[in-house]
Design a protein around this ligand. Structure first.
Ligand code: 13P
Length: 335
């Protein structure tokens, strides 16, 4: 019998592990590779993922990896597909299934996520390839002077996200719903909290309306913090208090788990904020962990530089980042 989506979600959320987001599109990979002089070819992206996934002991800290369409169709050095390779290490392969962001018609500076057309049949193919969970991301910009995000962008994006979640569950795959509130901007922590709270409230109203089973859903959210260019930066304690009180208020207790994206925070900043969240002494209804891309990959990528002689040093950077985040999530990094 196939495991239920609830048991897959439970395995993904099992402490002390987090999820690795390795689902950058070729365009995003190019943005990360080019400043380091690494050519962004399909083979170089494969080599980078091979380096990350073959890091010794990765399975101690990582329960699942979110892959891109390109990567799930590629092979590890062993000749197996990456999905089989990860499964052989006890790591669950997942897949990003949204089609990315496009400009949202006449909404200045806002985006809408594409990708519902043909989704059910794509999911069927990914299931056959071994994926057992999926991710769909929408992005929301905060701009107080333009009153963004607009109600139109919130509703249009979240309706699509809820529909995606129902299609994923019908395909026996766990949906990770990711309504990212962007860190870019000059907004205050209060503004980040109000916006994230509104978005998560609407998201759960719509997930219920689309009859999505919340016990088989993982929420991937931004931490609540002041914008990157805000004159008043948030301390880890402020981030933890604002994030957890918003989540306690807005996320139904049936939800299988909550994971955080790093959103452009540095490796240390994301870890310290996660540590403050993990140190909170209150009981919460759902397990919480990390699902970072940049915060766990950046140092490793900079060390690797696309060169085989740097693989071992780059793997050391990667395992350090995921181990530190695993400790931080339990409030044990600084202890
Ligand atoms: P970051 O941790 O770099 O924000 O990436 C997480 C992610 O999955 C973005 O969709």
């Amino acid at each position: 019998m196939n495991p239920s989506i609830q048991s897959i979600a439970k395995q993904l959320m099992a402490s002390p592990k987090g999820l690795l987001a390795a689902d950058e599109s070729p365009k995003t990979s190019e943005k990360r590779f080019s400043p380091l002089g690494i050519p962004s070819t399909s083979e170089k992206r494969r080599e980078f993922r091979q380096m990350l996934f073959s890091t010794p002991d990765i399975e101690e800290y990582i329960s699942g990896v979110i892959l891109h369409d390109e990567t799930i169709k590629q092979k590890a050095d062993s000749g197996e597909t990456f999905a089989s390779y990860l499964r052989s290490k006890g790591i669950i392969p997942g897949i990003k299934v949204d089609g990315g962001l496009v400009d949202f018609d006449n909404f200045d500076g806002e985006t809408i996520t594409e990708g519902l057309d043909g989704l059910a049949s794509r999911l069927h193919e990914y299931y056959e390839m071994g994926a057992r969970f999926t991710k769909w991301r929408a992005a929301f910009v905060i701009d107080e002077s333009k009153r963004l995000p607009s109600l139109g962008a919130i509703h249009a994006n979240l309706h699509q996200m809820a529909r995606y979640a129902s299609i994923a569950q019908a395909a026996q795959m766990v949906p990770i719903v990711e309504p990212e509130v962007l860190y870019d901007g000059t907004h205050s922590i209060k503004s980040a909290s109000d916006t994230t709270s509104q978005i998560i409230r609407v998201l759960f109203e719509l997930l219920k309306a689309y009859r999505v089973d919340l016990s088989g859903v993982i929420l991937k959210t931004s931490m609540v913090l002041a914008g990157k260019n805000s004159p008043t930066q948030s301390t880890p304690e402020e981030v933890a208090n604002s994030t957890l009180s918003m989540l306690d208020q807005r996320v139904p207790k049936e939800v299988a788990g909550i994971v955080f994206l790093s959103g452009g925070q540095s490796t240390e900043q994301a870890r310290d904020n996660l540590e403050a969240i993990g140190s909170d002494s209150k009981d919460h209804s759902w397990p919480i962990t990390f699902s970072f891309s940049r915060a766990v990959q950046d140092n490793s990528l900079a060390t690797w530089q696309g060169k085989s002689e740097n693989i071992s040093a780059a793997q050391n950077e990667f395992i350090k980042a995921v181990r530190d985040d695993s400790l931080a999530d339990r409030g044990k990094f600084k202890k």
